[in-house]
Ligand binder design. Structure first.
Ligand SMILES: [Fe+2]
Length: 351
């Protein structure tokens, strides 16, 4: 790392995450939000180039002021792609998005969202929480059940549980793909995964429990995605997979392979998830107040870890940016928008 990485130039500095093959940290010289937005705007090309050079993971420090000015999060999000999702258009329940800014999804265990934390993995006292699949569950890439899938997620820490709880883990699926045997790489490049929202009765657990899958309208159907994606900006290939909650175990999880939780597709997916979440591919983010994490869904997996929701509140604001999914999606209409003008979430009100 060069020394200049540690010095402020033009009002900001960018450094690599320590001991990681991917990810960076962006800091601004001034703590004033207007100065931050202005610096970002003036140097957006350089900042974005550095963001993509570190495979699309960036921790932006010191943005506490956004909590008092939520629209600034949308303003920053617009630098990462052509469209920022408006959750008013895609979710029925207003309890899931910000009451004055429709583009901000609210993730919290507090009222009115009541989003529970992930389960606590079994660990002996004093032992670190596991990060690798299958001991750590919920590894996913956002909204992979849509075509085209989104590009980038921005996540702002508004209120946090103590350190060592409620972390966010990221896995570098480009490095994970590169580390596979060339024969397996070639086989995977011919395959597609079938992705589905967790709440429609097609997850591994739902199938194992004998749940009846929901009857779906055309815009709610699971979607096929290439198992290996080529990043539209870097050209690098990455595994594009999700954990068992966000895949379809009725017709998949891998198209053309034996279906169901015990099928060949499930076995291959488990193998790939365990591989992609090995320590050398994973970064654990310990949140600090005012952290904004920017993550590229096209080549990273992520997951949140357990926190004690009875004792603590965790409040995160998320925006989702879309519009540059790569050539394999060229010209496609959004699968999740009903053609007949009906409500996007019809039949899914309990989600
Ligand atoms: Fe997510």
């Amino acid at each position: 790392m060069s020394k200049s990485d540690y010095q402020f130039r033009h009002g900001y500095r960018f450094s690599r995450l320590q001991d990681q093959g991917f990810g960076g940290v962006l800091e601004f010289e001034s703590g004033d939000l207007d100065a931050v937005l202005d610096t970002f705007a003036r140097h957006a090309d350089s900042i974005l180039a550095r963001f993509y050079a570190v495979r699309g993971l960036m921790v932006v420090k010191g943005l506490q002021a956004i909590a008092e000015r939520p629209q600034a999060l949308v303003e920053l999000s617009r630098w990462f792609g052509p469209e920022v999702e408006d959750y008013h258009q895609t979710l029925t329940s207003p309890r899931f998005f910000h009451d004055s800014v429709n583009e901000i999804l609210v993730l919290s265990n507090a009222e009115p969202c009541n989003h529970p934390p992930p389960p606590k993995p079994a660990v002996a006292p004093g032992e670190r929480l596991p990060t690798r699949f299958p001991e750590q569950v919920n590894w996913h890439t956002d909204q992979s059940y849509r075509r085209p899938p989104p590009d980038v997620t921005l996540l702002l820490a508004v209120e946090l549980p103590p350190r060592d709880q409620g972390q966010t883990l990221f896995a570098d699926c480009t490095a994970a793909f590169a580390a596979l045997d060339p024969q397996l790489q070639h086989r995977l490049e011919q395959l597609q995964g079938i992705h589905a929202p967790s709440w429609i009765g097609r997850s591994r657990a739902a199938v194992e429990n004998g749940e009846q899958p929901l009857k779906l309208l055309p815009h709610q159907l699971p979607q096929r995605q290439p198992l290996v994606r080529r990043h539209p900006l870097s050209g690098e290939k990455s595994l594009y997979i999700c954990e068992e909650k966000q895949m379809d175990y009725v017709d998949g999880p891998i198209a053309g392979l034996e279906t169901g939780p015990q099928g060949e597709g499930a076995m291959l997916l488990r193998e790939l998830l365990a591989h992609a979440t090995r320590d050398e591919f994973v970064y654990t983010h310990e949140w600090e107040p005012g952290d904004l994490l920017v993550a590229d869904n096209r080549n990273l997996l992520h997951c949140a870890t357990w926190y004690d929701a009875a004792e603590h509140t965790r409040l995160m604001w998320r925006t989702t940016v879309m519009g540059n999914p790569g050539s394999e999606y060229a010209g496609e209409a959004k699968t999740w928008i009903p053609r007949d003008g009906s409500d996007v979430m019809t039949g899914m009100e309990n989600a």
